[in-house]
Write a protein of this length. Structure first.
Length: 366
């Protein structure tokens, strides 16, 4: 290509523009250290160009009264739509892309969502972003309540937003969403753990609004609010990890979280996926809303106890008298294991009936 004198000018003016923008509106160079964004981090980065703060509080009146400067209001209900007649499932990705673009968000924008302190609406949006494969996002830890308590800046002004195009990826991140088929498979084959995070009365069917009340067969109950302290902050990572492991929900397993309509379970999804870092967590947004309406699918009402984890029990209870190598060396069928485990119990191994069965099942399937 032939260079002329004048061809240098556009280069120069381009550079000038870049410099000007860099000085006027600093661009966010690094995301926050965690998916739970501190009020301090947000305060420091509020004016960065490629950051969008989204307010998903339940009441538009709250937003009118005051909100974080630059925050755009988003009515989360627009993310949920009937699908084949089943109410309130996640909207199609094309619709999500339009909504995000209208809020000035493209695939690379860093998004910080806030709601009331530890509400599940913020986590639902995060889960929807995960589904789109959007990687840069966080939730404001402590929500608007904490921001206010700390007397950080608020405004009544609306942000000036130019709509942009949001480009969907060629492949959606399907792993984070459980379909009806996947839940059926888990229930039939036991290929993972199904956690029902609704309040216990909905789980047992004592209360409920559906055609059939109760829970999906085999689901273990763990109320989402139990992950929080009384003041609404998250419990410590250690405490959360222990509580979930006690339920048998360990990181090696596929865990499907479910509730009435995918909202409360989004809260548990966020915790397991982004706070504890579990790799295989799926939110079932069809929820009991979808399952209970299909007559041939099994619904239970009794309080399901978490089935004990055989592998964990062996590791904990079978090595007080001899090494685990003795256990792993032995090759037996189910009846053989039944007999050995019973003998070990007579010798002093501590296992209740459910645990005994879990150990025998684990050893004979191994
Ligand atoms: C209170 C002590 C104690 C505990 C706890 C214990 N064992 Fe044993 N185990 C023994 C003794 C003693 C022997 C050797 C004598 C025997 O085989 O009965 C033994 C032997 C074995 C053997 C080799 C003999 C065989 O039948 O193949 C296996 C396998 C075994 N234990 C598995 C287990 C498993 C599985 C557990 C956990 C559920 C367990 N043990 C917990 C005391 C214990």
């Amino acid at each position: 290509m032939k260079h002329t004198k004048s061809s240098i000018w556009p280069c120069f003016s381009g550079l000038f523009l870049v410099l000007a923008v860099a000085f006027v509106i600093p661009v966010l160079s690094e995301g926050p250290p965690s998916k739970l964004v501190s009020t301090e981090w947000l305060n420091e980065n509020l004016s960065k160009e490629n950051l969008r703060v989204i307010d998903v509080r339940g009441e538009i009146k709250d937003y009118w009264q005051d909100h974080i400067p630059g925050a755009v209001y988003f009515n989360l209900e627009t993310m949920r739509l009937a699908d084949h007649g089943v109410p309130v499932k996640l909207t199609p990705p094309e619709a999500s892309a339009i909504m995000l673009g209208k809020m000035g968000v493209n695939e690379k924008t860093m998004i910080v969502v806030y709601a009331e302190q530890n509400d599940y609406k913020a986590t639902y949006l995060i889960w929807a972003l995960d589904f789109l494969g959007h990687s840069s996002f966080g939730i404001l830890d402590g929500g608007f309540d904490k921001w206010q308590k700390e007397k950080r800046p608020v405004t009544q002004d609306y942000p000036m937003i130019n709509p942009v195009g949001y480009a969907l990826p060629s492949k959606l991140n399907e792993e984070v969403r459980a379909t009806l088929e996947e839940v059926k498979e888990l229930v039939n084959v036991g290929s993972g753990i199904l956690l029902d995070v609704r309040p216990v009365q909905l789980y047992t069917g004592e209360k409920g609004f559906w055609k059939r009340n109760g829970h999906i067969k085999g689901a273990i109950n763990h109320f989402w609010g139990e992950d929080l302290e009384d003041d609404g902050t998250w419990k410590s990572k250690d405490e959360l990890k222990q509580a979930y492991e006690k339920l048998g929900a360990t990181p090696d397993k596929t865990i499907i979280v479910s509730c009435g309509q995918g909202l409360m379970s989004a809260h548990s999804y966020f915790m397991l996926k982004h706070i504890l870092g579990y790799p295989k967590v799926k939110n079932y947004d069809g929820g009991f809303n979808e399952w209970s309406n299909i007559d041939e699918l099994p619904v239970e009402t009794e309080t399901g106890k978490p089935s004990p984890d055989g592998e964990k029990l062996v590791n904990e209870r079978c090595n007080s008298c001899h090494g685990l190598d003795r256990v792993h060396k032995a090759r037996k069928d189910k009846a053989g294991w039944e007999e050995t485990v019973n003998r070990m119990i007579r010798k002093g191994a501590r296992l209740n009936e459910a645990e005994r069965q879990a150990v025998v099942n684990y050893l004979s399937g191994h």
